[in-house]
Design a binder for this molecule. Sequence first.
Ligand code: BGC
Length: 400
Amino acid sequence: MKKAKAGTLTILLLTTFLLSGCGLTPKTSQDEVNAPQNAINKAASEYVDTHSDDGRIVVGISMPDRLLERWNKDGSYLRAQFEKSGCEVLLRFANNLIDTQENDIRDMINEGADLLVVTAVDCSALSDVLTEAHAANVKIIAYDRLIMESDAVDYYVSFDNYKVGQLQAEYIINTLHLPTAQSERHIEFVTGDPVDNNSRYFYNGAMNTLLPYLSSGILVPLSGQSGFYETSTAQWSTDLAQQRLQIILNSYYPEGTDLDAVLCANDSTALGAVRALSSDYAQKNKVLVTGQDADIANIYSIIEGTQSMTVFKALRQESVVTVSLGLSLLEGNTPASDLITSSDWDFSCSYNTTDYDNGSKTVPSYLLEPISITQSNLEAELFDTGYYRRNSAGLIYAAK
Ligand code: BGC
């Protein structure tokens, strides 16, 4: 159980306790990680428990669901690295349910969490529980999705999500040769979950990039659907994406009418789009399908040619930044760009203190770079770099 906020004396006693070797012993994890270890290998004795005097350093991780490959990976990467650094980790998945996530977070506060790493199911629904966490002196990192309308959020770690949408749109512009196209091209949009704050960034990045071609009329959604809500996909569901595109194909793309591209915001929606195209599209032309996440099922689709591209976000890097940030917060620091300059990360990360306003405050943010993946750079970017490997039967698995 969480106890009262630690006073100076308690901190001194705790530090003495830890330094005497009787404190937390870093647990060895089965889930070996290759992350840079400079920032995450510190002994538990260097950390000051920020809100409890129970002798534990507890990190609560709240992920939105287990349905997507990525949140399972994020959860296990984060857990392995925090445990390796001597923290006790509580990891919960919310089944995409707002109430479940609120309860999970409340439980983790009660179980003594000193730090919470949260990917919100609904980015605007956590204000109350996070206010409670803040009052208990728990540090809060919004992981991947910015949590809105809460001044309790201390930091945000993610990718440049506007750029994700830009990369998807640029792929379509270049592959369809839109700058020189003489006749109309047809596109449909399958965008993200509207309660996920990232969906807006993806949508704006894609739409602003496509705007000149949509405005000139060279690129047209025959369904007439291009608004954020009308193209959105609740819970990023593959089935809903498939059903919506099937309806569009049957209503607006009869035999003789080509569809050229489906801009899907991520890989789960791309799976649905590919299924709809294979069952309900009458024409023979290759339809471009975009995605995001480089999930293994989608890598197979790219190799087969049913999906055209995805946007890869190195989750390992996102977790390395989050763990370094979290440990620094647990030490009582106020990290800024020095978190990056003092690291030996072999990837680029920027620190932003101006652009991520959550409605209550501008949240200091660490942002990583997404990469566009097609058949032509898939081997070099994903396999030669060691993120993915093939086993002796040729099956792909995530390696780092
Ligand atoms: C993440 C994507 C993911 C989507 C669905 C977004 O917030 O940034 O990587 O595909 O959620 O879970």
